[in-house]
Write a protein that binds this ligand. Structure first.
Ligand SMILES: Cc1cc2nc3c(=O)[nH]c(=O)nc-3n(C[C@H](O)[C@H](O)[C@H](O)COP(=O)(O)O)c2cc1C
Length: 192
């Protein structure tokens, strides 16, 4: 059987982003667990703010179609989100909104969300580690009929969370990430 394919998507474009760093650590853990990992930047898939008039006039942008197909080519997906004003940043929400508008031939809308599991993680410099963004993201994905695995990671004090080798320092964070990785792999295998 070919290797399980996991897609990791950080929801920040910022240089030095704590969420991009966490996505890199998570990608490493997935690879250690035997998965074939793809980590992307949403900077490579720029999208306009969703506008129904734009969709009616020009259709769904190619980058949204490509992202949807990239998700469809993986067995499981990890989204790593910053927290903006207690919720998901516009970059990630807008990306999800556009993807929900993609419908390839012989597919029902939203099939790409229903057919594979999603995991969610967040990193923030604050004490709560982006917990509220995780709640918001779980709600959004659930509304898309995605299976969102129960295990998640909210990385608090993210500016101090990594050692000089870019590994997580805190054993509790390390164990939470490993549990997330194990569960996403298990559920992905079951849904294949
Ligand atoms: C508009 C805005 C709102 C923010 N709101 C929150 C918040 O509600 N909770 C929080 O923990 N951090 C908040 N932050 C701080 C972000 O967590 C911090 O900028 C973080 O580094 C962003 O993620 P990144 O490092 O992956 O880019 C906010 C930052 C911005 C720019």
């Amino acid at each position: 059987m070919s290797a399980l394919k996991i897609l990791v998507i950080p929801g920040s474009l910022r240089t030095g982003s704590h969420n991009v760093r966490l996505a890199a650590v998570a990608a490493y853990e997935f690879a250690q667990a035997g998965a074939d990992v793809t980590r992307i930047s949403l900077g490579d898939f720029p999208l306009p703010i969703y506008d129904g008039d734009l969709q009616a006039k020009s259709g769904v942008p190619k980058n949204a179609v490509n992202l949807k197909r990239m998700i469809g080519a993986h067995h499981g997906v990890l989204l790593v989100t910053p927290e903006y004003n207690s919720s998901v940043p516009p970059l990630l929400k807008n990306t999800i909104d556009w993807i929900t508008r993609v419908q390839d031939a012989h597919e029902t809308r939203g099939q790409v969300f229903r057919q594979r599991p999603f995991a969610i993680a967040a990193a923030s410099q604050g004490r709560l580690g982006g917990t509220r963004a995780l709640s918001a993201l779980r709600l959004i994905l659930s509304a898309c009929h995605a299976t969102v695995i129960p295990n998640q990671l909210a990385l608090s004090f993210a500016d101090q969370a990594y050692d000089e080798m870019e590994r997580l320092r805190n054993p509790t964070d390390i164990e939470a990430l490993k549990a997330l990785v194990r569960q996403l792999i298990d559920v992905s295998q079951h849904m294949m």
